[in-house]
Design a protein around this ligand. Structure first.
Ligand code: 3PG
Length: 307
């Protein structure tokens, strides 16, 4: 059995060592395609792979067509919007993710962004504190819960909205439940997004929600660029001089923001929420274990595509 790790953004070396240990102990061969620049490299590397581990790498029909022996692909991470699930099913490939494994790393980055912004980019100017401020978590899954745990330590006033979790089930670590996104945005100066990118959520965060936020509003996006309606984001920037946007990965409208709204946003150059040794070990090793378990026992616990 050949297991390919194909990562356009490589795992930390220590994570690769541990992935290798898991796969080789099980008697499988591990191959690496790291930091590749062209899809053609992925197409040729995947041609003899029985299993594939990826991060945000796109697993399209073209990749699956080239992967003649592929039986399973695991997205080492939470969001699997990069996997073409229907194509996986059509190719008889099991698709999985590794939920929760990099949640803490993403949550810490959300705080890094908030602190940097609140302290004026560490410029020496007087800034503000997070303690006592309202924080709204849109999405209360693994990442949202980690953010809540950290926010509690900061003494923030925490709210959450999640359409898949009842308001009775939300109270956790002092978090108060909201019954709609409107309520969350209306109450919270800081809103942090922890929702997946799918047909329901893409472009769902826009003018009508953002305009309701209290004074000195800050939107924190460590989820996905696609969940933001960028035309409406620009409208809010133009209308509200107190609005700020912090995101893991630059938006498509970055050039306009730079031209018109300098100093009111902060973006990472490359998606780095999960870029820690710990997260790479957790997610990478979980992916390798899930593959071994699938081959040895048929366990499909984390399967995300239809059969
Ligand atoms: C996830 O969905 O798990 C995160 O967005 C991590 O993505 P990455 O593996 O590309 O850093």
């Amino acid at each position: 059995m050949k297991i390919l790790v194909a990562t356009e953004k490589a795992f930390a070396p220590v994570a690769v060592t541990q992935i290798r240990e898991v796969t080789e102990t099980a008697g499988y061969q591990l191959t690496l395609l790291e930091n590749y620049k062209n899809v053609s490299d992925l197409l040729s590397a995947v041609s003899d792979a029985d299993a594939l581990i990826v991060r945000s790498d796109l697993v399209t029909s073209q990749v699956l067509d080239a992967a003649k022996k592929l039986k399973i692909v695991v997205r080492a991470g939470a969001g699997y919007d990069n996997l073409d699930l229907d194509a996986c099913t059509a190719h008889n490939v099991v698709a999985m993710n590794t939920p929760g494994q990099n949640a803490n790393a993403v949550a810490e980055l959300a705080f890094g962004l908030m602190l940097y912004q609140a302290r004026g980019g560490f410029s020496g100017k007087s800034g503000s504190e997070l303690r006592g401020k309202t924080l709204g978590l849109q999405g209360f899954g693994n990442v949202g819960k980690c953010v809540a745990g950290i926010a509690k330590g900061f003494g923030m006033d925490i709210y959450a909205y999640d359409p898949y979790i009842s308001t009775e089930a939300i109270p956790f670590a002092g978090v108060k439940a909201c019954s709609s996104p409107d309520e969350l945005y209306l109450k919270c100066q800081y809103v942090s997004l922890h929702i997946p990118a799918n047909e329901k959520t893409k472009r769902s965060v826009g003018y009508n929600l953002l305009k309701q936020m209290p004074e000195d509003a800050v939107l924190v996006n460590t989820a996905r660029r696609e969940v933001i309606n960028e035309d409406e984001l620009l409208k809010i920037f133009a209308e509200r001089s107190d609005f700020r946007y912090l995101a893991d990965v630059e938006p498509d409208c970055k050039a306009v923001l730079e031209e018109k709204f300098k100093g009111r946003f902060l973006f990472t150059a490359k998606k780095m929420g999960a870029q820690t040794e710990e997260a790479n070990i957790n997610a990478g090793v979980a992916a390798a274990r899930q593959i071994v378990d699938y081959f040895k026992t048929g366990n499909e616990n984390f399967r995300v595509n239809k059969k």
